[in-house]
Design a protein around this ligand. Structure first.
Ligand SMILES: *Cc1c(COP(=O)(O)O)cnc(C)c1O
Length: 358
């Protein structure tokens, strides 16, 4: 019998969230971002579940694009970091991978190698991670023209630094910068929006949006949960109670004796810990649930288990499944208790946890 610690993946919820992104995208087409193993859900499973409804996938690097092909899916795959080596350009041509060209070194590889796939050009509008500055675009475009590569250019992309803050003026400034920089080439497509941009009223998404976290039900907006934004949780992390006991008033539980019972308390141990990717920084009072009833963590999270207060769930018995996040306890709530974001919890779930989809 395998340990019954599992991540249940609800593929109907995934598809509902994708449809929600399409609604919010107005007229823009929507590519599904499935990098980092489909945000921890399993890239093959996620790409296959979306295969009939998405026109394009996006991933960080070519290895992830190969994983989509290995799963049997044939749509174009955008490589958000472009190619990491000159030799990958020919693979892009042959396999319908669309790299993002973001730096001079990649331009040189294209110039030298001859193979020019359909590609996107990244404009740095203020994020300052990747991309050409607006003022350098004319020179880059002239170079591409000289190489005969402009016919393969699909369009311009950029990325927002502060879209998770719905009131940020930086997003407005980046959008204006992007529109001005790309205006000399009006026939090119444009793409700027991650999940957060779908929730900013009046934010243009241009031709293609690129949602990731919202497809998985996580909130892209600071201070809001996924369900508050109309998103359905896709993953439920579940682990069994493996023992229960009463700790007496004045006794402590777990490492560092970090939690001390104020009164006699019935508690339980749950078979999940930071070795599974459950965040060690989730402290006492982080929510969990048992049979739809909310309970709370007590003490420190260990590698393989954590402690819960069963005062709210007097019927709970060994073997009962505990929800660590899912429909009763939102992943955004757990993330906020751990001082992080749902992205990190989802992508941090380790391979010890089997993913089971329905
Ligand atoms: C990861 C990523 C996205 C998706 O971001 P979410 O916040 O998960 O929606 C979009 N665009 C780029 C360039 C990315 O790297």
């Amino acid at each position: 019998m395998p340990r019954s610690t599992v991540a249940r993946i609800d593929l109907d919820a995934l598809r509902a969230n994708y449809r929600k992104a399409c609604e919010l995208a107005g007229g823009a087409e929507v590519m599904a971002v499935v990098k980092a193993d489909g945000y921890g859900h399993g890239i093959a499973r996620i790409a296959s579940a979306l295969a009939n409804i998405v026109p394009k996938y996006a991933v960080a690097c070519i290895e992830e694009a190969w994983a989509i092909r290995a799963a049997g899916q044939a749509q174009p795959v955008v490589l958000l970091q472009g190619v990491h080596a000159a030799g990958d350009l020919a693979d892009c041509v042959q396999n319908n991978f669309e790299p993002v060209l973001h730096g001079e070194h990649q331009l040189a590889w294209m110039e030298q190698g001859g193979a020019v796939p359909a590609f996107w050009l990244k404009v740095n509008t203020g994020m300052n991670r990747l991309g050409f500055r607006a003022e350098d675009l004319p020179a880059v475009m002239a170079k591409l023209e000289k190489m005969g590569a402009t016919s393969r250019l699909l369009g311009f992309v950029s990325h927002f630094a502060c879209a998770d803050d719905a009131g940020s003026t930086m997003t407005l400034a980046q959008t204006a910068n992007f529109e001005a920089a790309t205006s000399p080439w009006p026939s090119m497509m444009k793409s700027v929006g991650n999940s957060a941009a779908h929730f900013i009223p009046g934010q243009p998404l241009f031709d293609w949006s690129r949602p990731g976290i919202m497809l998985y039900g996580g909130s892209p907006i600071v201070g809001k949960t996924g369900p508050e934004l109309g998103l359905e949780p896709v993953m439920t992390l579940e682990a069994p109670l493996i023992t229960t006991r009463v700790v007496k008033a004045g006794e402590s539980v777990g490492y560092g004796a970090a939690w001390v019972a104020e009164r006699d308390t019935r508690m339980g141990m749950v078979a999940v810990g930071y070795g599974d990717g459950y965040p060690r920084h989730a402290g006492t009072d982080t929510p969990a649930a048992i049979a739809g009833c909310r309970i709370r963590l007590i003490g420190r999270v260990s590698m393989d288990m954590l402690a819960v207060d069963l005062s709210n769930a007097p019927e709970a018995m060994v073997g009962d499944p505990v929800e660590l996040w899912g429909r009763t306890v939102g992943i955004d709530e757990v993330a906020s208790c751990a001082g992080t974001i749902s992205y990190e919890l989802l992508t941090g779930l380790t391979s010890r946890v089997p993913r089971i989809s329905r």
